[in-house]
Design a protein around this ligand. Structure first.
Ligand SMILES: O=C(O)CCCC[C@@H]1SC[C@@H]2NC(=O)N[C@@H]21
Length: 243
């Protein structure tokens, strides 16, 4: 597993995307940058991260020989791999906020941006961008963000953390490849943030509604009990969990 280390780039996801169009990139090649000038988050958001304090890295997963039933499998493997790696560092109360934010003690410590590489109408690879807040100690205007250092008081080595996540990514993609999709989904649902708790959501029009998260579909849609016996499914563009 090659790790390319950069002092700065626009976005490690964009860097890896460019690299794989110009050369043959091996499975699990990773790009790590001390600083991103245009870090990207989900749904077009900006990802901000203090230089040299956190992990901002992207991993290329070759999917050309991978039989993938649904792309949600990638999301499952990635979220659970990060969670497992962090468990080994004894990070407390880890949960996954749908679809793939990692929380500790109900605060967001890690965001994931998965971008698929499509060639001739088929998904041939995935660029998995991981922003893990490690040693940063303040997040102005982001009251729900935190870092490993803020939670445990420990300063962590970024290289060690990256290797631990890479190893777990490999383990979890192997599980996915050997047909463990439903087992991974069950594990994901067992650590799903606010599952079965009364929660408030915002729909695409901006209206609030309440319900209980029950799980996820095989395609990764969030299943919410909105009224007695009525479960509705939402995709990422259709709903935001307001906590
Ligand atoms: O929660 C989110 O919105 C996803 C954040 C993903 C951030 C990471 S940092 C490394 C990689 N490069 C990027 O530009 N984004 C991802």
């Amino acid at each position: 597993m090659t790790i390319i280390k950069l002092d700065a780039t626009d976005s490690t996801n964009s860097y890896l995307k460019r690299l794989q169009t110009s050369e043959n990139v091996e499975d699990f090649t990773a790009v790590m940058a001390k600083k991103q000038t245009q870090g990207r988050g989900q749904m077009g958001a900006v990802w901000e991260s203090q230089a040299s304090k956190n992990l901002t890295f992207s991993v290329f997963k070759d999917l050309s020989d991978f039989s993938l039933e649904t792309t949600f499998g990638i999301s499952l493997a990635v979220s659970l791999a990060i969670r497992k790696a962090l468990q080994a560092f004894l990070i407390p109360q880890l949960s996954v906020k749908w679809p793939n934010d990692i929380l500790s003690v109900d605060k967001k410590i890690c965001g994931v941006l998965i971008e698929n590489v499509i060639k001739q109408n088929a998904i041939t690879g995935s660029i998995i961008g991981i922003g893990l807040n490690v040693n940063q100690v303040a997040f102005d205007h982001l009251p729900r963000a935190s870092s490993l250092k803020m939670i445990t008081g420990t300063v962590y080595n970024l290289d060690e953390m990256a290797h631990a996540i890479l190893n777990q990514l490999k383990v979890h993609f192997d599980l996915l490849e050997s047909g463990d999709f439903l087992a991974l989904k069950a594990e994901y649902e067992s650590c799903l943030f606010r599952k079965n708790k009364p929660s408030t959501f915002k729909d695409a029009e901006g209206s609030l509604f309440s319900g209980f998260i029950k799980g996820v579909s095989n395609f990764g849609n969030l299943q919410v009990l909105v009224e007695d016996n009525i479960i509705k499914e939402f995709d990422l563009k259709e709903v935001t969990l307001m906590y």
